[in-house]
Every structure is written in C-alpha cells, then in structure tokens.
Design a binder for this molecule. Structure first.
Ligand code: GLN
Length: 532
C-alpha cells in the first residue's frame, strides 16, 4: 500500500522507526495530489469545464510544497539525531484556507483576501507543527465558511466529492474532507460553526470532530461567528482524530475564550470498552423541521430512510458491545436550531466582516474613488461574493436597535433552551443520564453540484442535525457508518456533554473495531486504484 492512504499513526511509526523518511512520504503524497487534484483553486478562474476538471478533486487553494519539504527534512534530521520528532512525525496534512500560516496565503475562499499573505500562524497549526505534522497546503471552503457545499468559494474550480465527482463535498470544510478522502494528506484541520467539519466529513466518508467550544484555540482563524467557531480535525479514522485533538487542544494566552481546562490523555481512553455506557436516540434527529415562509407554519420531513436505517444499525452494534440504548430522548428545542442560527451567526458575521475595507489589507478596488466611503463601497461591492453580502445585510438588519428584542435577544433565549435540552439528557442525576447521543450527521447524503446552490435557506437546512451542538457549545464526532444505494457515504454523530471528546472518540473507536470486517469498510473512492 502506498503511504498516502495509510493512517497518520502508521505513517508516524514508519518514520520514527526509520522504515521510510518523512521526505519520501511527502513526495508520495505530493504525487498523489498531482494525480487527482487537478487545477488549484484561483480567484476569477473558470469553473470546471474540461473532462479532466470534472473528474478531479480540486481540494487545494495553495500548494505549499516548498514549506512542506523544509518541514519534512527537519523531521528526518531529528529522527537521525535520535531526537523525538513528535506523535505526528512527518504526517502530511492540509489546513482549511481559514487558518493563517505565516508566509502563506490565507484567502478564506474570498476575493477580498485573495492577495493576503498571513504574517502570523494560527495556534492549531503551530501545535500541529510541534507535533511533527507537515502542512502540504491550504484547502478550499465556502467563502468565509458560509455554506454547506463549498460551492460559494470565489476560488474556482470548487472541490468535488471523491466518491462521485458530480456531487458536492459538503461544506464549509469541503476541501478538507475531500483531501482526506482522496488520500491527499492523512489529516486536515477544519472549522465548525454550524456543522462545517461534521457535514462534509459525512458527505466524504471521513471522521470529523467538532470539539467543545474553547477546547481548541481560535487564534489565527479568520472569524465567522465568534461564539460558535470551533477548529478541529478531519481524518480517515478515529485514532488519528484523537491524535490531532491531543496535539491542538488546550489553553492559549492569545485567545481568552480558549478554555483553561486540562487536556486528558485521549489515547489512553480510546481502546476501553463501552459496556454500560448509556447512549440515546432522539426522534428529533430523524426529521427536519422547517418553517413554511408563506404560512409561518412548522412543517416536518423525515430524513432519508437509508440514513435512518444506518444509524439504527450503529445502535445495534453498540448494544452488542454492552451499551444501553435509551430511546425516545426528548430534545424539544432542536427544531429552533436553524432559525436561531440564522440570527446569531448573521449578526456575528456582519460584525466580523467590517474589517475588510480595502484600507488595511486584502483586495482594494482598482476603480478610481473620490473619498473613503467610495473606496469602501467599491472594494466591498467588487470583492465580497453573494453569500457574505446576504449575511451582512441580514446581520445588520437584525442587529438594529429596534429589532434587538424581537430577534437577537429571542435567539439568545432559544439558544439557552437548546443548551438546557442537552444539559437535561446528560445530567448524571437526571432521568436520562446519557453518556452520549447518537444521531445522523446529515438529513441526506451528498447532493449534486448545482442542485441546492442558490437557495441559501434550503442549503442551511442541511445543518439542522449539527447546528444545535454549536449553540450548546458541546462536542460532536461524526464517523462513517456505511453507504447508501448510490454508493455515497453515510455519517452518524455522537454528541456528549462539555469536554467529553475522550468518551465520544472511544465510542467511535468501538464501532470502528466491531465493524472492521464489514464489506463497506474496504471500499475506496473510485479515484484510488484498487491495489494502492
Ligand atoms: N453551513 C453553515 C453556514 O452556512 C455552517 C457553516 C460553518 O459551520 N462554518 O453557516
């Protein structure tokens, strides 16, 4: 097997035991990228046209091969010198193009940052480097992470799903999920504000972990919703996700919302059994509830039947392993997740986007301008895409003083109710005493490119099962649990109380082990030659 599809822990072992060098692993991975990725995303480039374009992954926005070679050589020297190169020694990885890395472009998928080269490095990236990982490039995303398909990026062509390149990768960490699934790096760093790690992980058949809010520093992230954003890993297996979390979690003096809570040893817990754990299922997560804009009435749609069946079969496996499955767990405020998110995330987004004005950094209009206002208007008009513009308009409207009570304050109340739903079911002295909740990650599998894009409300509803996690600030782990009849990956997620990442990873790992010999576990995206 080529190293580009090996687990991160296996790559690090081979390098540390000098069976292969970090440079060799890197070159194999870069070759893989050249084979499957196609054109690197660029502003104002044409959308996919040629046959080759249509069957390529297009995960990357920047290839950092020189940077990566320098890092890989450093790892090899450390190994040679008998020094400890770190738990992720020589593991190639990518970072969503929303993380800053000194000396490397950070575009956020937007024209307004298309010429921006970061002067500093995000904490999560710095910690990956300390752990020995080698960053091979930045990967595409929805513009400013606003979306669920990665189609809104200003950098074209947008990513394509390695399992079926006519379909979306999900979003906004779509480049991350696609890269990991296609063997372009063992790991990727993504961010999750309403589901942006877990939803693309589910669509591309990878593991994705949204940590507890504050578990991982946000320093060096280009901000979307500051009270919701969480950096975290996408990986091909649960152990690798645990290794990454171990590396990046923990307090950070540069982010005062980074929690001052000790980081446990995630690997020590990973292989423990799950006997006696209480795992819940809730009907609220087997349907999508939305408000009919014409009548104002609540409507319900069941989620895709194949996804429901797959999640119930996960519950069956966990029961076999001795977990107690608790059914009919009430989470009555789940249905308010999306409307609440519309309000809170738009208000925070519009405030965070004010800094892009063509004066300090980033794109500036090439048109003549008379005064500062015109400079702002022409710069922002030309360089923000539709989605940021929509979100700013809505955010500014909603945060107007006269609407504060009706929308923002109400949304904060709904958010508190969503949080209290989870507190009730995870309360160790309560009626449910759950250790984790098992739910589908998404209501559907990956949809066709162009199928939903343009309907920003419908697009938003693909996050209904992930977004309440962000409101509550709790962790969520999405893992692959099978395929639908179209051959598309299905994801299920485990949610737990604050800082329960260790337990969620352990349950995910238990499922991985008990299904190790299932037929679907051996499937590879068609882009991967069968013998690799
Ligand atoms: N899809 C959601 C949105 O469009 C979530 C994005 C995210 O988590 N960054 O806002």
């Amino acid at each position: 097997m080529k190293t580009y599809y090996l687990p991160a822990y296996a790559i690090a072992d081979l390098i540390k035991t000098r069976q292969i060098s970090a440079v060799e692993v890197l070159e194999e991975t870069l070759e893989r990228v050249r084979d499957v990725d196609g054109r690197v995303g660029q502003v104002d480039a044409s959308q996919a046209q040629s046959k080759e374009d249509l069957s390529s992954v297009h995960a990357f926005t920047t290839l950092a091969d020189e940077h990566a070679r320098g890092q890989a050589e450093k790892i090899d020297q450390m190994v040679k010198a008998g020094e400890s190169p770190g738990p992720l020694a020589g593991v190639p990885y990518t970072a969503k193009d929303i993380f800053t890395v000194k000396g490397i472009p950070a575009t956020a998928g937007s024209k307004i940052l298309s010429n921006y080269v970061a002067p500093y490095t995000a904490t999560a990236v710095e910690r990956m480097e300390t752990a020995g990982a080698v960053m091979i490039g930045k990967v595409n995303l929805d513009e400013f992470t606003y979306g669920s398909s990665s189609e809104s990026s200003a950098l074209k062509p947008v990513p394509r799903n390695p399992w079926d390149t006519s379909r979306v990768t999900g979003g906004s960490s779509g480049g991350s999920a696609a890269a990991v699934a296609a063997g372009e790096g063992a790991i990727s760093l993504g961010t999750d504000t309403g589901g942006s790690i877990r939803q693309p992980a589910a669509f591309c058949g990878t593991v994705g972990l949204k940590p507890t809010y504050g578990r991982v520093s946000r320093y060096g992230l280009i901000a979307f919703g500051s009270s919701l954003d969480c950096p975290g890993p996408l990986a091909r297996n649960v152990t690798d996700a645990a290794l990454v979390l171990q590396a990046i979690a923990g307090e950070d003096p540069r982010d005062n919302t980074a929690a001052v809570v000790p980081v446990p040893d995630y690997l020590a817990e990973l292989e423990k059994d799950i006997r006696g754990l209480r795992i819940g299922l809730s009907e609220e997560f087997f349907r999508v509830t939305y408000f009919d804009a014409d009548t104002g009435e609540l409507k319900e749609n069941p989620i895709d039947g194949e996804i429901k069946d797959a999640v119930l079969s996960v519950a069956g496996f966990l029961a076999q392993l001795g977990a107690d499955i608790v059914i009919d767990v009430p989470l009555p405020h789940t249905k308010y997740g999306i409307p609440t998110y519309f309000v809170i995330s738009r208000v925070e987004a519009s405030s965070n986007l004010l800094r892009y004005d063509g004066v300090k950094y980033g794109f500036r209009t090439e048109q003549p301008f008379e005064d500062l206002r015109e400079l702002y208007r022409k710069t922002r008009g030309a360089a923000f895409g539709v989605e940021p513009k929509l979100r700013m308009l809505m955010g500014i409207y909603l945060s107007a003083a006269q609407f504060d009570k009706g929308y923002y304050q109400r949304a904060l109340k709904a958010r508190a109710l969503i949080r209290s739903d989870f507190e009730t079911i995870f309360d160790p002295k309560g009626n449910y005493r759950l250790d984790a909740l098992l739910t589908p990650t998404t209501p559907t599998t990956a949809f066709p490119i162009g199928g939903v894009y343009g309907d920003s409300v419908l697009m938003q509803y693909s996050d209904q099962l992930t977004v309440t996690t962000n409101h509550a600030g709790i962790p969520g782990l999405s893992i692959p649990v099978g395929f639908d009849k179209k051959g598309l990956p299905i994801g299920a997620q485990f949610l737990g109380p604050d800082y329960s990442e260790g337990l969620l990873l352990r349950v995910g790992r238990a499922f991985e082990k008990v299904t190790a010999n299932e037929e679907w576990r051996n499937r590879r995206p068609p882009l991967l030659p069968a013998n690799d």
